[in-house]
Design a protein around this ligand. Sequence first.
Ligand code: ADP
Ligand code: MG
Ligand code: MG
Length: 885
Amino acid sequence: MSDLILNFNSKFSKKIKNPKNFLGGKGANLSQMGRMGLPVPPGFTISTKVCDIFYKNKKQLNKQLTKEINKQLSQIERETKKKFGDLKNPLLVSVRSGARVSMPGMMDTILNLGLNDKTVMALADKTSNKRFAKDSYRRFIQMYSSVVLGIDSFNFEELIENYKLTKGVLLDTELDEKDWDALISDFKNVVKEKTKKEFPQDVYKQLEGAISAVFLSWQSHRAKVYRKLNHIPDDWGTAVNVQSMVFGNMGDDCATGVVFTRDPSSGKNEIYGEYLINAQGEDVVAGTRTPQHITKKARINSGGKELSMEETMPKVFKQLKKILSTLEKHYKDMQDVEFTVENKKLWMLQTRSGKRTAKSSVKIAVDMVKEKLISRKEAILRIDPNSLDTLLHPTLDEKSEIKVIAKGLPASPGAVSGKVVFSSEEAERLNGMMQNTILVRVETSPEDIHGMHAAKGILTSRGGMTSHAAVVARGMGRPCVSGSSEISIDYENKLFKTDQIQVKEGEIITIDGSTGRIILGEVQTVKPEISGDFSKLMSWADSFRKLKVRTNSETPVDTKAARDFGAEGIGLCRTEHMFFDEDRILSVREMILSKNKNDRNKALAKLLPHQKKDFIEIFKIMNGLPVTVRLLDPPLHEFLPKNEKEVKDVSNSLGLTVTEIESRIGELHEHNPMLGHRGCRLAISFPEIYEMQCRAIFEALIECKNKKIKSIIPEIMIPLVSTEAEIEIMKKLVDRVANQVKAENKTKIDYLVGTMIELPRAAIKAKDIAKHADFFSFGTNDLTQTTFGISRDDSGKFLNDYIENKIFDIDPFISIDEGVGDLIEIATLKGRKQNKKIKLGICGEHGGDPKSINFCSRTGLNYVSCSPYRVPIARLAAAQAQLKK
Ligand code: ADP
Ligand code: MG
Ligand code: MG
């Protein structure tokens, strides 16, 4: 048992392989700081192993553990020269949770444990500060009751608010010792009424209760939801830290604060933080009092009058700054630090790698390479590719007219518009109806996590840059404006007000999390571009990666965007998307509904020039880069006329009666179109469709050549192949058309022919198929559907149950499943065996998913292809995959 509970100064901790797994993040870092000689209040960590033992022992601490805990407690007593429960010099402790990764606001901390009716008097005498002692006791009763006894803290808050009203004061700091005495007595009555028991006076019972409560909170609803959203395994468990208290609430030479070693929203290399004088614990993040700046510069920039810590406590500030620099050098990463000042003495209470915006994470990584703190490799590996998503999101179009109604703090960047909602439930409800919302709250709490996820943006009227709302929003990549004191929220009437204007629930506003502006109505946004640090990081990524990155795109706008984001070719150009345009759909319908080949050819002839034009445009943009063109794939019914007018239009132009058209539509009806007459099966029945498309591609090539546009080599892709015969027939078709066009124009044409691998049979028979294919492109959307026999469009209904029952870790349509992966491996091996030079790529949605990209890299594919906005993510993920090999 003795090595399951470790003093912060224990030499043993140094030998532990993965200290965070064993001691939790908080415990590992407290012990690291202790060993570095930084001022950390003495304490010990009860390891995550004990959490497991606790749950196996009917959610109780066994005797041996209790004994060991008491032994460790005596060690703290020796270190602090105080005694737990003593009537002269009582030791007080905090009981703090700490899992492997930080779970903001998920687990609850109890402060001032060890106070009771007697020790509180001792504390008052010892410190000659009765008000402080009483304030600490009431805080303890409040926290202990809410965390351990399950009494909602609003019961206590309400009593304080009423008391202040009666007394006619605004702030807690205006309450004196007698006031707290009265409130303590009221608090204890609440406890008695709710639990039918007195508030526990035995300090050892208090400690046992608190430790158990931390373990129990690992399985709380809030914690479970957070873990699920962040893919944190349930069996990790949490550690518990028991630490002697230091006090930031003992007077005006005391304070508590939170500070980042660099600015978490811009990434600038200057410390950024907030503190409160005469305050304790979570006061800074709770948003009940608005905190002050740490640095003078930040105070001046924000136009604030309340003095910064640099100004009020210059000596402590200097010491803090030095420690921050030491910590950053040790961890080689931006740190998020919690500290307390007790009578001018600085104490470090926590350090961890700081959450930051994507923009700042890129800047910090690039800066740290410049500062020689980390290598380029480390910089690349440090950034979560998915987080780049927020950098690729729009910002407000400054040219459009906007009506700023209020301002707040720029807590998490990005601009979004949505309907105002005042509750998480409403945000979730509207999200279910695909509507964008902005969640507007006085402040947020862990119960709002669902709502913050469902909303597109978050606006709060209270709290600073390190408030719950700000921290969680940055982590989620949701734009957030926090602490806008210019708005006042009226939950009851579902509206918020500024001096000028009232905004009701359901009205649309826009928030700009980069500047803190709140704007009435919807605002145009502009697309982002890659420049500065971002482009530097991308160029480093490119220098490491082997996997090429292409894009799935068929419109000139998307294709241009993808090129700007660094796409090295098109991996999937879906020709049918070109069919939906107004000026073509009628011809498409004629083609589908015509009864004979002659009519069909007429319709196809009308489509040819359109397709040709599209290809020319795309080839031009790609300027020599490879383009994979997929011939017509989807079931024809997708193009059928949907209403009377559309039916009439087709009947007129085809010279058939409405009844004839309707009966033809009936003939085309399929029970399961996804597995029906589609892909190459269409071309087996109607080769003229693919013939037209090939002709369009080849004629476009020739025209490009004539116009001196850099030539490309098209990769003609045949969809939904499952047998060798299919690809063989199709390859002959393509060659035939190529030869015709060559002869007509007396010129040479280069092209490749290949297939999508999207059916299990194709993967298994890859060797035969590869005889006729220059390339394979894994269409993992369909391959996942057909491997599982699960329709992507219907899986939403039961996917959650599958994840809940741990059948799936993650939606297989998001990250490649192992079984589907095996099929890809089989096809890769067999394909290469037949044709050494075969080109292999992936063009499903998975091509933009970092985990799947890692798989593609390991399997040895040549490229991934993804949607334009994911191209930078894929470039980074491909570099990481290579570096992790
Ligand atoms: P969280 O995981 O939510 O950050 P912590 O365990 O860090 O919770 O506790 C929250 C706050 O409580 C800390 O930021 C610190 O201000 C205060 N706190 C915790 N332990 C102590 C202590 N031993 N002395 C003084 N304050 C403490
Ligand atoms: Mg907390
Ligand atoms: Mg903390």
